[in-house]
Design a protein around this ligand. Structure first.
Ligand code: ADP
Ligand code: MG
Length: 389
């Protein structure tokens, strides 16, 4: 992927790229739809991601080609108030946020490649945002820590793209650690690396379906959680205790009540799952994942028939500790925790079971927890030589 991208950049622009950045996608093991209530999540960065090869331009514009989308676009950095639409909104968003935070934007041309499925809940959007931010910062000659970068990327998606996502996607992609999932407190942004025990692997189960509702249903869920929190006199559901909930849940609109019940229970499950994973109690982690899926299906109502069928196929297959939908939902991917020595047979068998149960073509693959977004190389022209980070 990397060599092909470097060659493609050279063929397209008649010069070698000056730098290359990479940002991973992420899969969330548990803690779904809790981040925007300042709760807990347990994601990991994965081995698939987005690459951008780049070189500076002497004019204030970004010229970008995405091999993933087969599309080309241009953004005038002096006209950030003009929405370019589509995928270039992410570019405008990242540029706009960096400019608003006082960064100096340089023009550049770039080529994008990715082995992350788009719109499948593995956060190709966060990976793309972080890769873009790394290019701008590398050209400016500045660095930010992973949490600060994640906040900028989230702001780009919230304010400019218009999806009110929480911090999980950007922080997992930005701060990923090889070998570990990350327990994230979405209020303090504290991270606790939780190693995946050697006897287990994480399998990603793409249903081959893509969500149709995009941001609207997501923003609606978020508004329902905020309404629920307000009912209990809090700004976010993180602060509602189970005692408060039990006492006054009956006064709530039934839909909002179910949304709140999911978030409160999911936060407790996520903390317990992190401890169980650390203690090597894979059966317990698996059981919590199964509970999480049921709660997302019945209370939060963000699953889909395809996601349910995939989880069922995984749970019926030898070696599976547990499985659930992952990401915002309505389609996309499920995730399973699987016995390492059963992983190959598991992937083949789940795919076959799912194919038989639905009309969709799945993709099933294993990923180890990977490192976060980074500059792979940047050949700085002002005497810096080849900088490897
Ligand atoms: P997810 O983050 O789950 O993959 P989103 O709908 O949040 O799904 O983000 C997908 C969008 O991100 C794409 O429609 C596109 O606009 C942008 N995107 C992601 N990867 C790339 C890429 N490699 N090239 C161009 N745009 C991309
Ligand atoms: Mg996204």
């Amino acid at each position: 992927m990397q060599d092909a991208l470097l060659a493609e950049f050279a063929a397209r622009h008649g010069r070698a790229p000056q730098g290359l950045v990479r940002a991973p996608g992420r899969v969330n093991l548990i803690g779904e739809h809790t981040d925007y209530s300042e709760g807990f999540v347990l994601p990991m960065a994965i081995e698939r991601g987005v690459w951008i090869a780049f070189a500076p331009l002497d004019r204030p514009a970004v010229e970008l080609h995405s091999g993933t989308l087969g599309a080309e676009g241009r953004l005038d950095l002096t006209r950030l108030d003009e929405p370019p639409g589509g995928w270039l909104e992410y570019l405008r968003g990242v540029a706009g946020v960096l400019a608003a935070h006082g960064h100096l934007l340089t023009g550049w041309q770039g080529a994008v490649a990715s082995d992350l499925p788009v719109g499948s809940g593995l956060s190709s959007s966060a990976a793309f945002e972080l890769a873009l931010a790394h290019v701008f910062l590398a050209l400016e000659g500045s660095r930010l820590d992973p949490a600060a970068l994640a906040l900028l990327a989230q702001e780009a998606e919230n304010r400019w793209v218009g999806v009110q996502c929480g911090i999980m996607d950007q922080l997992a992609c930005s701060a990923g650690r090889q070998g570990s999932a990350l327990l994230i407190d979405c209020r303090s942004l504290d991270l606790r690396p939780v190693p995946i025990p050697a006897e287990a692997v994480v399998a990603i189960l793409d249903t081959g379906t893509r969500r149709s509702l995009h941001g609207s249903a997501y923003n609606e869920r978020r508004a329902q959680c905020e309404a629920g929190a307000r009912h209990f006199g809090h700004a976010v559901l993180r602060d509602v205790t189970s005692e408060e909930f039990d006492r006054r849940a009956g006064e709530l609109d039934p839909v909002v009540r179910r949304r709140c019940r999911h978030v409160l229970a999911e936060n407790a499950r996520t903390l317990e799952a992190a401890d169980a994973l650390e203690a090597g109690d894979l059966a317990r982690v698996g059981a919590l994942m199964v509970q999480s899926h049921a709660s997302l299906r019945d209370d939060f109502e963000v699953a889909s028939p395809a996601l349910d069928a995939m989880v069922e196929a995984a749970l019926a297959t030898d070696g599976c500790f547990g499985a659930r939908m992952t990401g915002a939902g309505f389609g996309g991917c499920a995730v399973a925790l699987v016995r390492r020595d059963a992983a190959d047979g598991f992937c083949a068998c789940v795919a076959e079971r799912y194919r038989r149960a639905t009309a969709h073509e799945p993709a099933v693959f294993v990923s180890a927890p990977a490192a976060g977004a980074r500059v792979l190389f940047h050949e700085s022209p002002d005497g810096g030589g080849l900088r490897l980070r």
